[in-house]
Design a protein around this ligand. Structure first.
Ligand code: GTP
Ligand code: MG
Length: 212
């Protein structure tokens, strides 16, 4: 993409996320999913990686999605409507070991059912903590998305938590892993919801999806 196209996407993305965003519903069962009548994107990642915080940063709202320092906070699939154009889905985190086993299995099953069977799901943003990198659980999700040919893009979160040299190393190692995954978008997004960096690039990425 050349600079001018990128600028257009940034402007478009900012305008898109200025539209009214409202919480629709939180669901804990497959049969409760919102009717798939428009483009949908979802935010996936390990527990506590910053999914809800990213949705808040994107929508410029402090409390649009419930963020919390307690891992496993988001315990259902939360659907948001952005400007009657797009659904955003805040997913429960995976790999959260301290919740009761049965509960974890239940969430995971729901998460997999959603990711594999959602006809209007255009992209999954797979969030990775800049301090920790890609772990086995992330690879599991990436492999599954590769298999089902669901487009996904990696977003590094909490970039403010690591030194620039460490971040550079992390970016290289994550990019290397990305290159072996068929359905993974080649552009790596690097963000801090805390410092509001890289947020416009995520908006631009979403705008491109909607306008392509
Ligand atoms: P679950 O719903 O439990 O899976 O978590 P989540 O992925 O939605 O994470 P959430 O957004 O709730 O954030 C978890 C914690 O990380 C909170 O204490 C946030 O304030 C913090 N956090 C999120 N993003 C950032 C960031 O960019 N920088 C820093 N420093 N902290 C962040
Ligand atoms: Mg959450």
């Amino acid at each position: 993409m050349d600079d001018q196209q990128h600028l257009l996407a940034i402007k478009g993305g900012n305008a898109l996320f200025e539209k009214e965003c409202r919480f629709m519903l939180g669901v804990a069962r497959l049969d409760q999913f919102v009717t798939p009548d428009r483009t949908e994107i979802a935010f996936a990642g390990r527990s506590n990686v910053g999914k809800s915080s990213l949705i808040n940063a994107l929508t410029r709202r402090k409390d649009m999605a419930k963020a919390s320092a307690t891992p496993g906070r988001t315990q259902q699939l939360n659907f948001f409507d952005l400007g009657d154009e797009l659904y955003l889905v805040d997913l429960p985190g995976y790999g959260f070991a301290s919740a009761p086993d049965k509960q974890v299995k239940g969430w995971n099953r729901l998460l997999f059912q959603y990711l594999q069977g959602r006809p209007n799901l255009r992209r999954v943003y797979v969030l990775i903590d800049s301090r920790h990198g890609i772990k086995d659980k992330d690879i599991e999700i990436m492999d599954m998305l590769d298999k089902t040919a669901v487009s996904y893009q990696i977003v590094l979160t909490k970039a403010d938590k690591v030194k620039p040299t460490e971040l550079d190393k992390m970016i290289s190692s994550v990019k290397e892993k990305m290159s072996t995954h068929a359905a993974c978008h080649p552009t790596l997004l690097v963000t801090s919801s805390e410092k509001n960096t890289g947020i416009e690039d995520v908006r631009a990425s979403v705008w491109e999806l909607v306008h392509s």
